[in-house]
Design a protein around this ligand. Structure first.
Ligand code: BES
Ligand code: MN
Ligand code: ZN
Length: 496
């Protein structure tokens, strides 16, 4: 072994011809580093190493789980399966001279029941993440909002998840002014996808998963630069993660009711596009002055969050490639985590930690709410000053979650990998799928009330009956209220 230079360092591999003794042509040595320091995520990486190193053979058997830390057999098996699927991922649809991996089967030499369970779960979650990556990597010309919906329908068929889709006319009729407004500049009309998972037994809780689905973000009339646009097919990563996670809830035996809210638009400049200065009316009645058409994600999410609130779900989590500012703050490996409820935020942080997806908390300072004050409407869509863009985007979303426990994950950084790294492959990462499945599996209904300013008026709004045409200036019917106090006060749950 010394002769091969193999020392067992993390990520190191060596292929050793086996002769006849073992009945196999070769043995692959995979380093996991210090045996006392191996983690569950380390096994995910080791799985990826196997998948990459064994691309020339059809089958591999592995004893890697022998390296799992004590008492983690099930989680380690899950991570190993995820690592194999994610590390071996290739997107070759448009490669004329493709060299696809030959690997078809990885057998884990461990027959324990918990290992079997972990492998099944990891295969399901890994497969879902692969689907999300495919969606993100798909070129935007073949992924209109309608085409994304078609792909989601195929993915969800036979999983027990019910799919409802609003067309552009229905989006207007339902007064989803944000979705209609952002979508109106594109030749390819918007869609709103709602998917519902209902377990057969009575569900203890009801969660909403919300995903930003901008199939391409040119910036609209506030046009991005050429370089800024290069990766903007990635702007539907939140939507892909939500649909992918929902597709395996039945398989992993989730007991709760889960509703996915996925607004889908293409943000384009054109003669029919929204203009800086236009005012949109969001589903919950709030009016928004659009000063920068490139801050479009928050506009479509506002409608989606409004619908989740109307549905009286127990908790909401949204995933969105929302701001470049979050990438500046945390880099491209870590997602920003914001929320209005400590317990719910802790649940999401815990799920992300267990899933091995890095997320880090950011604040939602009540004091920054005034940076979104508009001259003519309830809110403007970009903040004055321009600093702290990830936070003001979060505060914008917060205006639409009422008194519901809510967490926002800004995944603008980690939704795309700039190079191969462990189980990440250059391109779409499927970030969030693992966290969402973990979160829904371990969900408990959050207790207590939310913190911070909720709603532009601080009061729940009655549903509007006036028609809302996207792009038409909408006048708020709300009474002006006093400025919010600086210290967030907990609010009692709203009575129906
Ligand atoms: N989709 C972008 C955010 C983004 C940037 C995602 C980089 C991934 C990588 C979003 O719609 C956007 O354009 N945000 C603007 C907001 C600004 C106009 C307030 C941004 O971050 O520049
Ligand atoms: Mn944008
Ligand atoms: Zn965007």
């Amino acid at each position: 072994m010394t002769a091969t230079g193999f020392e067992g360092k993390r990520g190191q591999t060596a292929l050793v011809p086996a002769g006849d003794a073992l009945g196999v042509p070769a043995v692959l040595l995979v380093g996991v580093g210090d045996p006392a320091a191996v983690t569950v995520d380390g096994l995910r990486r080791a799985g990826a190493t196997v998948a990459r190193a064994a691309g020339k053979v059809r089958t591999v058997a592995t004893t890697l789980l022998d390296a799992a830390p004590r008492g983690t057999a099930e989680a380690a098996a899950q991570a190993l399966a995820e690592g194999v699927l994610l590390g071996g991922y290739q997107f070759l649809e448009f490669k004329s001279q493709a060299t696809p991996s030959a690997l078809r089967r990885v057998s884990v030499l461990d027959g324990r029941a918990e290992v079997r369970r972990g492998l099944a779960r990891g295969s399901a979650v890994g497969g879902a993440t692969v689907w999300a990556r495919d969606r993100v990597n798909e070129p935007p010309d073949t992924q209109s909002p309608a085409q994304f919906v078609a792909a989601a329908r195929r993915r969800l068929a036979g999983t027990g998840v019910r799919v409802e889709v609003l067309t552009e006319r229905q989006i207007l009729a339902q007064r989803l002014g944000g979705v209609a407004g952002v979508g109106q500049g594109s030749a390819r009309p918007p869609r709103f996808l709602k998917c519902t998972y209902e377990p057969t037994r009575r569900a203890p809780g009801h969660l909403a998963l919300v995903g930003k689905g901008v199939v391409f973000d040119s910036g609209g009339l506030s046009l991005k630069t050429a370089a800024g646009m290069e990766t903007m097919k990635t702007d539907m990563s939140g939507a892909a993660a939500v649909v992918a996670a929902m597709s395996v809830l039945g398989k992993v035996g989730v007991r709760h009711r889960v509703t996915g809210y996925v607004p889908l638009v293409e943000n384009m400049p054109s003669g029919t596009a929204i203009r800086p200065g236009d005012v949109l009316r969001i589903r919950n009645g709030t009016t928004v002055e659009v000063l920068n058409t490139d801050a479009e994600g928050r506009l479509i999410l506002a409608d989606a969050l409004s619908l989740a609130v109307e549905n009286r779900v127990d908790a909401i989590v949204d995933l969105a490639t929302l701001t470049g500012a979050c990438v500046v703050a945390l880099g491209d490996k870590i997602a920003g985590l914001m929320g209005n409820h400590d317990g719910w935020r802790d649940q999401v942080q815990g799920a992300a930690d267990r899933a091995g997806e890095p997320v880090w908390p950011l604040p939602l300072p009540t004091d920054y709410r005034r940076l979104l004050d508009s001259e003519v409407a309830d809110l403007k869509n970009v903040s004055a000053g321009g600093y702290g863009g990830a936070l003001t985007a979060g505060i914008f979303l917060q205006q639409f979650v009422g008194d519901r426990p809510w967490v926002h994950l800004d995944i603008a950084g980690p939704s795309r990998a700039s190079g191969d790294d462990g189980y990440l492959v250059k391109g779409g990462t499927g970030f969030g799928v693992r966290t969402l499945v973990e979160l829904v599996s371990g969900f408990t209904v959050p207790e207590g009330t939310v913190t911070g300013a909720n709603g532009a008026s601080g009061k729940p709004r009655a549903a509007r009956t006036v028609a809302n045409r996207a792009g038409a200036a909408a006048k708020s019917t709300k009474k002006p209220t006093a400025r919010k106090s600086l210290t967030p006060k907990p609010r009692p749950p709203r009575s129906r």
